[in-house]
Design a protein around this ligand. Structure first.
Ligand code: 8YV
Length: 332
């Protein structure tokens, strides 16, 4: 008798023409839920599958995999994987994969767009205009911060940070960065960026962009003390994860003129956004869309499918998924 095909759970309906490739190898359990799953729902879906393809809305940790004896692979459709408890999954022998590279340029484009909108008060002035408040032209209305000739600080100089640095060169910005470790001189040269300590980055930046991974070590690294080291005229942009910033401290700094403006694409409790942030005029708020172009979202799903197929020992790259995250050994 033929071996039963591995079973995989597809947590969201994602580009059916791409995810149908999973059907060539697996029995695919599709769910159509568009809301958040509760931990017990995720646990129930993982109980009888060999693999799962999930997005960052699905949190998978020790509780969710407790009864998942067959689970061997979880493919995340995102480069960030803070939704997955890596130590718990690795200890259980579950291979985790993500979707790096394919979203770098789109996310860097968006980071730059959010920086420009925030510094030059684009959404704030549009709201004001739509409210019918524009009665006469005025010389000092909606003055914003220049990008050209200013100092851009980049916290987290991975692929996306480097993409933002390359864009900054076109605006004649001076680029400083802070990272776990300095980049090789050649990469620094290509990005025209200089490594500085965290405090110096905060003090020097006219605009600070956050592009670092969210881990227990980076939780609230931008807190009240860090914000106090920034220029009161500075702009802060976050396209990484909400938990990197202490949001009440940020809202307080923005409300009291200790920071000029912020552009946020990510939030600690997303999709909920704190009322203190919603109430401020000097913050641009977008709903976690930095990688949201059709080509990039499709490439992310395609890579996640390739990852899952290979992680479960199928397809041309069997056993060698293109983007593995943990060193965990597969159970079979
Ligand atoms: C989106 C991201 O969250 O890849 C990431 O880590 O934050 C973004 O690309 C992703 O597209 C949603 O799954």
């Amino acid at each position: 008798m033929a071996e039963p095909r591995p079973r995989v759970w597809l947590a969201r309906p994602l580009f059916e023409d791409i995810t149908m490739r999973l059907d060539e190898h697996f029995e695919v359990v599709r769910t159509s839920v568009e809301d958040r799953y509760r931990p017990a729902d995720i646990a129930a879906h993982l109980r009888d599958v060999d693999g799962a393809l999930v997005t960052l809305s699905e949190k998978v940790g020790a509780e969710e995999i407790a009864g998942a004896a067959r689970l061997r692979a979880v493919a995340n459709v995102a480069v960030g994987y803070d939704n997955l408890d890596l130590p718990a999954l690795t200890a259980a022998g579950v291979l985790v994969t993500n979707t790096p590279d394919v979203l770098t340029e789109t996310t860097a484009d968006f980071g730059f767009a959010l920086l420009m909108s925030t510094a030059r008060r684009i959404t704030e002035s549009e709201r004001w205009l739509r409210e019918g408040r524009w009665d006469r032209w005025s010389f000092d209305r909606m003055l914003g911060a220049d990008l050209h000739g200013s100092t851009l600080g980049i916290l987290g100089m991975g692929r996306i940070g480097q993409g933002i640095a390359r864009r900054a060169a076109g605006f004649d910005m001076r680029v400083l960065y802070h990272n776990r470790r300095p980049l090789p001189a050649e990469t620094e040269g290509a990005c025209r960026a200089r490594y500085v300590g965290f405090d110096e980055l905060l003090a020097q930046a006219d605009h600070l962009v956050l592009v670092l991974p969210y881990t227990p070590q980076t939780h609230h690294v931008v807190d009240a003390a860090a914000l106090a080291k920034m220029k009161p005229t500075a702009t802060l942009v976050n396209v990484a994860r909400g938990g990197i910033v202490d949001e009440p401290a940020l809202a307080d700094a923005l409300a009291h003129g200790r920071l000029a403006a912020a552009g946020l694409d990510v939030y600690e409790g997303e999709p909920a956004v704190r009322p203190e942030l919603l109430a401020l005029r000097n913050v641009v708020l977008t709903p976690h869309i930095a990688s949201a172009s059709p080509a990039t979202r499709r490439a992310m799903v395609a890579l996640a499918v390739d990852n899952l197929v290979a992680a479960l020992g199928c397809g041309p790259d069997a056993g060698r998924p293109p983007a593995p995250v943990n060193a965990g050994k597969m159970k079979r």
